[in-house]
Design a protein around this ligand. Structure first.
Ligand SMILES: Nc1ncnc2c1ncn2[C@@H]1O[C@H](COP(=O)(O)OP(=O)(O)OP(=O)(O)O)[C@@H](O)[C@H]1O
Length: 424
């Protein structure tokens, strides 16, 4: 266990970079240090390693102050992987990794490797996928390759604790995921305790068990669940607009960053779509993708959609929102304008079911699209009509204005009632 007890310190005595930071890293856990550039993450790692002096507080490793450990004793327990990407002398990759065995060697010479040292060096190089570069010069490697060599050097120390400063820096997505998987394996198999500075918040949310969020050298928030469920905290600390989402495949949260909004002049509603009605189909297509909720044969769910096609024959299309088997005799296309917003309704019939497409420039967010779908379903059901396929498209997927649910209900009722007359 590592205990960071009210630690203050940095580069200037009277202006500390890290201020009264306190947290505990449990043995065998994976804790990530988060925070924007300059928030003090690297400085905190340096303070934890005793590289920088503390002005106040204490760092304890297994209940004992780190100042009570000798440098060798500490190196036998903790390995640190920093961002030192340039090494002055010409070392081969293997020589760099072999430096990790230094704390265990009694005679401190490079060629004093025991058979066990050799075995460890080979094992960690293979595990980090750098064995094939063993005879290459370290300085001639790419940034990502160097990063993996530095990890191999840290692992060669066979540490119980591993402190990593941006380990995925320079790594492509495959190598970043592999490195994190490897760390998780080591955590599981060897009970390795990991403290890692991570800039990629989505990677942090996927792999870490615990998190400390720093802002201006102080702990602003802590805990994976607490930090990643709170959109406002992350927006405030990082100063970017983002959404917190659930990962579709695993029980984790992920972030979707929102680009700065472009000032767009909203076009007249009639210029936003193209309607085609011919023997083969009824198609509505949009110049830009619209936020769409649908139950079509293809393109089910909430997504962005550029075209909805309803075929008269049993045709199917997999790359756009479509359904088939409509009877043109029962098609009704109508508009509703309330002076501010416009609604386009397409009613069609296939077999004994009524399909509905609703397009509007009213700013509807996803919840309102869902409410629209439920309202259409309820209204049709109330009239004893079987609901078939459905799509609701919003020109603007925003939440800036509260949507008047009563008004939507009244518009849908009016249009469904009118359609009922067509089917009779
Ligand atoms: N050697 C140094 N001497 C003086 N000030 C330093 C030194 N290293 C860092 N600082 C300052 O300390 C503050 C915190 O830096 P630190 O590197 O700890 O932040 P960080 O959170 O790791 O940032 P990043 O995400 O950019 O790596 C910054 O304002 C930085 O300018």
């Amino acid at each position: 266990m590592i205990e960071v007890c009210n630690v203050t310190g940095g580069y200037k005595k009277h202006k500390p970079t890290v201020k009264s930071v306190a947290f505990t890293v449990e043995k065998g856990s994976f804790c990530t240090l988060l925070g924007p550039n300059g928030s003090g993450k690297t400085t905190l790692i340096r303070l934890m390693m005793g590289v920088l002096p503390l002005t106040a507080g204490e760092i304890k490793l297994e209940q004992k102050s780190i100042s009570a450990y000798s440098a060798t004793q500490l190196a036998q327990k903790i390995a640190v992987m920093t961002q030192e990407n340039q090494i002055g002398l010409e070392f081969t990759v293997r020589e760099i990794v072999a430096l990790g065995r230094y704390p265990f060697q009694t005679k401190r010479f490079l060629n004093n490797e025991s058979p066990y040292d050799k075995e460890v060096i080979e094992r960690v190089m293979k595990r980090t996928d750098v064995w094939r570069y063993r005879h290459h010069s370290f300085n001639a490697l790419s940034g990502g390759e160097k990063q993996r060599v530095l990890l191999a050097k840290s692992l060669a120390q066979e540490p119980e604790y591993l402190l990593l400063d941006e380990p995925t820096n320079h790594l492509d997505v495959k190598h970043a995921m592999e490195l994190l998987h490897l760390l998780k394996e080591l955590q599981r198999e060897e009970n390795l305790t990991i403290v890692a500075i991570l800039h990629d918040l989505n990677i942090a949310a996927l792999f870490a068990d615990d998190a400390i969020l720093l802002k201006d050298g102080e702990v602003y928030a802590r805990g994976i669940e607490e930090i990643f469920s709170d959109q406002q905290t992350l927006q405030h600390v990082y100063g970017v607009d983002l959404h917190v989402l659930y990962h579709p495949g695993v029980h984790k949260r992920q972030l979707a960053y929102v680009p700065p909004k472009e000032e767009k002049v909203l076009q007249a509603f009639s210029n936003l779509y193209t309607l085609i009605e011919n023997e083969r189909c009824l198609s509505v297509s949009f110049e830009h993708s619209l936020r769409t909720l649908s139950t079509g044969d293809s393109g089910k769910g909430i997504h962005w959609c550029k075209q909805i096609v309803q075929y008269t024959d049993e045709e199917k299309s997999s790359d756009l929102l479509s359904w088939s088997g409509i009877d043109h005799r029962f098609t009704r296309i109508s508009f509703y304008e309330d002076g501010v917003y416009t609604w386009l309704f397409l009613f069609t019939k296939s077999k004994e079911q009524v399909n509905v497409v609703v397009v509007t420039d009213m700013p509807l967010k996803d919840e309102s699209l869902l409410e629209t779908a439920m309202e259409v379903s309820a209204q049709l059901g109330g009239l004893g009509i079987n609901r078939g396929n459905f799509a609701a498209c919003a020109v603007r997927n925003t939440d800036t204005k509260a949507v008047d649910a009563k008004k939507i209900k009244a518009i849908i009722k009016r249009e469904v009632d009118k359609y009922q007359l067509v089917t009779q």
